[in-house]
Design a protein around this ligand. Sequence first.
Ligand SMILES: Nc1ncnc2c1ncn2[C@@H]1O[C@H](COP(=O)(O)OP(=O)(O)OP(=O)(O)O)[C@@H](O)[C@H]1O
Length: 694
Amino acid sequence: MIATVPAACSPSTALARRDALNAEQRQAAEHGDGPLLVAAGPGTGKTATLAARVASLLGRGADPQRLLLLTFSRRAAQTMGQRAAHLLAATRGGQAPAAAALPWSGTFHAVAARLLRDLAPAIGLPADFSVLDRGDAEDLMASVRSARGQAELPRRFPLAPTCLAIASRCVNTDAPLADVVTEHYPWCRPWTGELQQLFADFSRHKLQHRLLDFDDLLLAWAEAMDVPAVAQALGRRFDHVLVDEAQDCNRLQARILAGLKPDGRGLTLVGDDDQCIYGFRGADRQLMLDFAATHGERATVVALTRNYRATPALVAAAQAVIDGAARRLPRVMHSGVDAGPRPRLVRVDDEAAQATWVVDEVLRLREQGLALKQQAVLFRTGTHASVLELELVRRGVPFVKFGGLRFLDTAHVKDLLALLRWSRNPRHALAAQRCARLVPGIGPAAVRRLLAALESGGDPVAAIDAFQPPPGAREGWQGLATLWSALHRGALPWPESYDAALDWLTPQLRVRHDDAAVRLADLAQLRAAAHAQPDADRFLADLALDPPQSSSDLAGPPHRDEDWLVLSTIHAAKGQEWRAVHVLSVVDGCMPADLATGRAEEIEEERRLLYVAMTRARVHLNLVVPHRFHVTQQHRHGDRHLYAVPSRFIDARVQACCDDIDLRPDQPATLGLDLPPGCADIATTMRQRWGTAG
Ligand SMILES: Nc1ncnc2c1ncn2[C@@H]1O[C@H](COP(=O)(O)OP(=O)(O)OP(=O)(O)O)[C@@H](O)[C@H]1O
């Protein structure tokens, strides 16, 4: 992604609105080029500080082309670029920013994809590789797994998503398979040898077909950095490397950074070790925790502790939760805003009562003037919101949900992207299979023939030309083959090629789906995103690397009068804030998720998850505790209800920071009659009822 900033200005106008930054923020922004770690708590202005640092560096004459900005999402890179642009514009007397590119900004994966295309000839990779998104990687793993006959083994072999998760953990934590299996997937231990072979086949298949998945992107970049000539050339290419959300960097990313800036010169890390919630993807807080030790005297660590988001009562409660954490960079947060209501611990009977209470509360706050959009309901995983969703629909409260089924995982979006992907990479078997199946009359046998022809090693274009579909599918296949060939040859310029693909797909969707109109509306949104990209490769890589969560993510700014409640997993709520936040199911068994077997570090990550949820609130925070809680698919036990207690992270200190509200119905009252014990013997009377006394 390309963020825009104005051209560099004179050093004398170093930083706009200096007085808007507090002393620590300013120290970080104006720091020289020694290794810098900004350890910042929630709401302390990480974005503002990093943007100010970018502006300051450019103001001091840094070349925007030689600045590498690594962020957690595409949106974050965009925000950073815009903010830096405004700051610099202000230093130049309020002139409108003259847009110049800050071309090397984006997520690690997006930047990796671009770098690797450039580096490909030097490092032995095909420059025309396609990027496999997570869903496609899972499909491919499934297909390699069944090709190896592992789907039919007598004892159950791990399913494809588990296999992919194991492979991914090995790559991202830079750890041997045997260790990962023993530590995180002990029930898969008997399969270690089989898994090793499966992963070797998976890897071979990807390289043969010029496919790189997310893990490959990082792995290839990290491996390239082990080659001194590449590391030195790339390290010299960027004067400054700035990393946002550094707490979520994994071992591979740490290796990449060490390769780029071995002595830390020009390296800036900004992050919050207390908000590291991606351990399951290999995120490792060690990069931050060890920063001072790694860089010794050269290192500067700046702590940002003034929270500009939340009221003192909310900051105190969140601090009490995180103070219970085992190992962290010590920081005590202070609120920089006015007082507000205390957070509330709301105890209700069960999940139905939880849903009813939350909707009542959301509507009550709206009556008080708090728009729905200023409120969010957060939960651990998408399924925890289903009862609430039903209640919202029943009561006509509009909402948008983030973090559930991703937009890119919907069938119609996958169909369209498969068409584009296959035309870019004729060997992309998954995409070919998906497209061929769209043609009425082409069944599994014909698809197998097509794939065999593509795999035969000959020219895939000739194989597609020569393919003989079943008789009933001739016309349909011809339409697809003509479109494919036009797209592949580049006969249509981008983005007309997107429109042509959409035109071909439209009648197929109308035949296949009752709700085709809704699906076509999604693809129209996607069209707008396609038209904003310079070519198909950038469009596809961007989508795979930084997928939108819903079609509304692709839409422009909503109309002012539209209002909806945000429902989000805590992971997807990262970096955001709302005036009111309602957290669902703050009970043991949900936070932390695993009651008995969780390892200490995993349990600690759950604490941080709750901390992230609580620190999204600006004024109102409700932690809801349903005392009966439904658990899905627990090992051995199946679905069941738990009699739940508040999360173990809500200890006495945290409770002291909250108002405790118990809305459970009173226990059923006793009759309260005053009769002496033993005044009758009904049991004996009943036994005698059928004449069998004694
Ligand atoms: N010096 C400042 N003066 C006033 N407001 C500030 C200052 N710095 C930041 N803010 C405001 O504080 C709020 C939080 O900032 P920001 O979103 O950057 O926090 P953050 O550190 O990224 O938080 P989190 O890690 O929780 O996502 C924003 O509304 C921002 O405008």
